[in-house]
Design a protein around this ligand. Structure first.
Ligand SMILES: NC(=O)c1ccc[n+]([C@@H]2O[C@H](COP(=O)([O-])OP(=O)(O)OC[C@H]3O[C@@H](n4cnc5c(N)ncnc54)[C@H](OP(=O)(O)O)[C@@H]3O)[C@@H](O)[C@H]2O)c1
Length: 274
């Protein structure tokens, strides 16, 4: 299904993006790999090239927050592949800080990466997909895009925003043969918490126990690609209690609010707040 398809993955230098690249390479896709870190992207490309039967992947470094550069990135992507069949808006950054301890500048940084960057790139790619008469746009949201989680007020706000944006966009472009998929990972074992921002915008630099105990990232990528194949509009992926929280939120929302508040109160009592 993905053989020779041009799949552009942002945040491809590590974690879920890297694992998706490897999974798509195994399915015969031609990949455009983007993130800021070019060296890390070259390593991912080398792994993908080793899986693909030819040198069919491109490293296209970019900072998703540099809106002025995105049109040029899209041109370079199209010049290389001729078209873009799929864009996976996967680049992202999270936080570990309570609202009271989070600077406004940190909230703005999270929104620049997790919201405005994704919207800007999607807007830059969409006209080409409409012109070619098909396309697939995906975004890596999160359980935090469905549920409020302590110490992630900005991240939750950003991921909820992306759920709304892409659900609304689906209503506009479905008749033009443009598919939209929102991905809802639970805890997945990646460097995400080490790369998280503290309240003052500095690196958090630690691995959470939930992330350490999360789903293996290759397994996560397999579930996501299987979901794409089944044309699911929403793909949930994870293995812990947080996945149950999705249906608890739907059917017993008040109960879930109580559980989350109790969890926070317990951390406050243990003086375990960030
Ligand atoms: N791991 C989880 O438990 C989990 C759960 C739910 C959702 N997610 C979501 O999954 C996505 C991938 O996260 P991950 O877990 O794989 O974490 P990760 O390993 O930290 O990956 C984040 C990726 O985003 C890129 N990135 C960050 N800022 C960027 C920017 N300004 N411009 C371009 N690229 C940027 C990073 O590369 P550079 O630093 O080189 O730019 C990296 O490739 C994120 O959207 C995250 O919110 C993860």
């Amino acid at each position: 299904m993905f053989n020779r398809q041009i799949v552009w993955i942002t945040g491809a230098s590590s974690g879920i993006g890297e694992a998706l690249a490897l999974e798509f390479a195994a399915q015969g896709a031609r990949l455009i790999l983007s993130a800021r870190g070019e060296d890390a992207l070259q390593l991912v490309k080398a792994k993908c090239d080793a899986i693909s039967d030819n040198d069919s992947n491109l490293v296209l470094p970019m900072d998703i927050t540099d809106e002025a550069s995105l049109a040029n990135r899209v041109e370079l992507a199209k010049a290389w592949g001729g078209r873009i069949d799929m864009l996976i808006n996967n680049a992202g950054i999270t936080q570990r800080s309570s609202c009271l301890n989070t600077d406004m500048a940190t909230y703005r940084t999270i929104f620049e990466v997790d919201v405005f960057g994704q919207i800007a790139l999607t807007k830059a790619v969409l006209p080409g997909m409409i012109e070619q008469g098909s396309g697939h746009l995906a975004v890596t949201s999160s359980i935090s895009g469905k549920i409020g989680v302590p110490f992630r007020t900005g991240y939750c706000a950003a991921k909820h925003a992306m759920m709304g944006f892409f659900d609304a966009l689906r209503t506009e472009v479905d008749h033009q043969n443009i598919k939209i998929t929102t991905i809802i990972p639970g805890y997945i074992r990646t460097p995400i918490s080490a790369n998280a921002l503290s309240g003052d915008g500095s690196a958090y630099g630690r691995e959470d126990t939930e992330i350490r105990g999360g789903m293996d990232v290759s397994e996560c990528a397999k579930v996501i690609v299987k979901g794409f194949k089944s044309r699911k509009p929403e793909i949930s992926v994870g293995k812990g209690f947080e996945m149950n929280a999705l249906w608890i939120k739907r059917y017993f929302p008040n109960w879930l609010l109580k559980i989350a508040a109790r969890q926070y109160a317990k951390m406050a009592k243990n003086n375990d707040l960030i």
